[in-house]
Design a protein around this ligand. Sequence first.
Ligand code: ATR
Length: 299
Amino acid sequence: MNPISSNDLQTDPSQFPDLDVYAVAGNPIIHSKSPAIHRRFAEQSKQAMHYGRMQPAIGQFIQTAKAFFAAGGKGMNVTVPFKLDAQALAEVLTARAQLAGAVNTLWMKEGKLYGDNTDGLGLVSDLLGQGIQIQNARILLLGAGGAARGVMGPLLEQRPAQLIIANRSSAKADQLVHLFGELALSHNVQLAARSLQDLQDQSKTPQAFDLVINATAAGLTDQSPLAESALGNIFKPGVFAYDMVYGKTTQFMQQALHRGARVSDGLGMLVEQAANAFLIWRGADVTIDPRAVLLELRT
Ligand code: ATR
C-alpha cells in the first residue's frame, strides 16, 4: 500500500468539484497514515471522495479549519496538537467528545459544524478485534493526559471489573477519577487512582491485571512509565500490554515482552478511529474492512 501520494497535499475543495473533500490536520503531519487509510476505505466502499493532509501553523488551526469548511470541505480529522482547538471550534459536540475533552473528528451538517471523538472507540474496537476481553477485565491505564482521558468513556462502557489510572503526578489521575466517577458507578466499575510510584508497592497492587494500556507520552522519548521494580507486580503471564504509540516496539512493550506478556502497538487503534470517523461521515451503512487495511499497513 502506497502510504504517500503527492495528491495528499491538495486540500482545497474547489480543486475537486466532483468529489467530497476531507482532510487531516496536525503539526507535524508529514508522516500521517490517515490519507492512505481513508483512501483504502473509499476504495472499499466505492465512495467518490478526496482526502488530503494539512499542517496549520501552531495557533492557526481555527482559521485554517474555518476556511476549509467555508470552501465546501465536508469533514476533517484532527490530531496533535489541535484536538482542543477543534473542540472549541465545533458548534455541536457529541456526549462522547464532551467526556473526552477533545475532538478528533469534525463534519459539516446542515450548516453546523459537529465534533466527535473516535479515539476511545478506536481503542476498544482494536482490542476486541485482537480477541481481548474488556468486560470484567482488570485494567491498568498508564497516564492521565489527553490520550488517557480520550479513551476512558468507551473503556468504562465495556464494563471492566476494575480500571486503575496510574500517573506520574497522582493529582491528575485523581482528577480523572473524579470526572468519570459517575459513569464508572453506573457501569459497576471499580475506578481508582494511583501514582506510578504506588505500582512498585505490591500491597497497593495485590491483584494481577488482565490488560495494561500505556497512554503516556513516555514512548515518544524512548522511555517507559514503569520502573523495573514495578514490573513483577504488573506483568504476570497472560497479561495483554497495549501501547497507544505505533511504528516502534517501545520500552514499555519490551518490558512486557521480557515478562512473558503479549503486546500490541497502537496501529490498530489508529485504523479503527479512522474507520469510526469514516462511518460518521459517509453513513453507518457503508461497508469497509478496517482489519484488512491494518493488515495491508503491517506488510
Ligand atoms: P497526551 O495528550 O498525549 O496524553 P499530555 O496531556 O501532555 O499528552 O499527557 C502526557 C502524559 O504522559 C501525562 O500523563 C504525563 O504524566 P504527568 O501528568 O505526570 O506529566 C505522561 N508522561 C510523559 N512523559 C512521561 C514519562 N517519561 N514517564 C511517565 N509519564 C510520562
